[in-house]
Design a protein around this ligand. Sequence first.
Ligand code: SD4
Length: 301
Amino acid sequence: MAQDRPQILSTWSFGRTANAAGWPVLRTGGSALDAVVAAATAVEDDPTVDSVGLGGLPDASGRVSLDASVMTDPDRCGSVCYLRGYRHAAALARAVMEKTTHVLLAGDGAEAFAARQGHRRVSPESLSPAASAAFAEWQARRTKAPPPAREGELPPMNVEERYRNARNEPSHDTVCVLAQDAAGSLAGAVTTSGLAFKVPGRVGDSPIIGAGLYVDQRAGAAAATGNGELVMGVCGSFLVVERMRLGLSPADAIGYVLDRIRDRYRISGEHQVAFIAMTPDGRWAQGALAEGFTAVHTDSD
Ligand code: SD4
């Protein structure tokens, strides 16, 4: 459907950084796909962000691994997961979509593909000073805490961390970007370093088409941030889009999926899941399980 008012919608406070990079692309007549990749790349390149790109918090072994996806339609999607040593995961996901016959490249294979695409390699062990300090603090806390019942269970957070997370400092979050260009086309991109201190090898919802991101020009676009494990079991972004296809507003579609998550998981105070969504006729919404989620919307106003 034609849409003469382009728009871009991104998650969390660093959505401002994302939109500042993506909006000029849309305003000057560029495509939604170019806009979302430019937006995602800007956050990957921001050294102050500790949850996206190589400045992100590491896994339990002290290494950063990235997950990312891009999508414009069911037959046009690409993603990378467990990518170490390469900064621009979203651009690489786009290259998987455009330059291979595949959808998802993982680990060593994704890294070899990045090298063939001319991406510059950086050491996955070289943490930012902030990430390095956070990792040392986490290790100290972990040695004091009783061993977890299940691998991946995080030691209890202290009060300050709880407060920080409730305020949504970008401590564990993913940038999800949805955009619509002047021609009315939709596109989405998601990029993250995943949950901090995850079990090495863990891949979240962000690179999984239908979980962290789903776009269908006929029904709409949706993307997820938060605890990926709560999104993957309900195919969260796909389900939001499918409810919009059935006629629900973006806000009601998100509400429907959040209710499904509440119904099917044991939710604790530390859990968060949030979605953003956009329809082909330009309506958009955001919604979250817990307080504190923000999204940033930019259009010509
Ligand atoms: C993940 N959904 O890896 C991502 C991380 C995230 O807020 O968005 N955290 O599970």
